[in-house]
Ligand binder design. Sequence first.
Ligand code: NDP
Length: 300
Amino acid sequence: MKLLECSSELSPYSRKDPAPMTLIDGKVVSQLVKDRVAGEVATLKAETGKVPGLAVVQIGEDPASTVYVRNKNKTCEKMGFNNFSLHLDETTGQDELLAHIKDLNTRPEVNGILVQLPLPSTIDSQLILESLDPAKDVDGFHPVNVGYLATGGAKLVPCTPAGIIEMLDHYKIDIEGKHAVVLGRSNIVGKPMAHLLLGRNATVSICHSRTRDLPAMARSADILVAAIGRPRFVTADMVKDGAVVIDVGINRVDGKLVGDVDFDAVAEKASHITPVPGGVGPMTIAMLMSNTLEAFKRSQ
Ligand code: NDP
């Protein structure tokens, strides 16, 4: 399939079949979120002299983490947030990291703390995540926030699934009553995604590596979210005509980024689809800033 146009919001691509297909443009939606958040931050600054503060904690020099953290720091500064990020040496031990987090937990000017994963294997990641003040846990990974999400009173919600809901809403995609199938059950994407969709009254199925006949499950989806980390795993025969397809996957193949969905073939059947790159990816950082603003407002 040839894509004729790709940036405008709600613009169907031309294709052979008459049903219009809409590209879900994460760059457009994430910019709208960032504009809203930056606007609120500017107003807060003018009215109170205070702005939200974010601390991204990175240990070591993992190249992918370094790129993500650099982007987060840049976005933070561009949007008028205070940046309290820490880049710690790869020899940093668990107790030292816990001491840094304890300090960030107690500082009132720090409203959000994010510990960049993966951590070195000598550090217990779960222990670290649990050491964060849940009110500053802008990744939404602390068991307290996971519990709030599961029981319907979500406070700080993991950024990637929160961004997907934002995209569905922006494109006015009805969730209620739909069959949503989530491929992947990780704590950072699959499970919170399922909870959010359930909270919006979808009928939700979660598939994973032990699911029997995953293609049949996927084919029954009105909304299909692929978050498994397998390049082009979702093929056209696994997608129902007119389904909404959200591709969370980020895989590097021959130096190129590809998603978990075989985009060209699946785009022929989907009513809406996210590209990789330019789909879910940009939403994650926008939602991080939105969560940090939320944490700031709750702290006041
Ligand atoms: P994880 O590796 O933590 O989880 C992968 C999930 O996929 C697991 O539940 C696993 O099942 C399931 N899975 C793996 N292979 C198969 C298979 N062949 N069939 C069925 N299920 C399978 O990954 P994440 O959730 O952290 O990330 C998923 C993808 O999303 C990755 O590509 C990651 O890079 C990307 N990502 C993108 C983000 C963004 O901002 N766009 C943010 C976060 C992640 P089981 O539990 O049984 O092992």
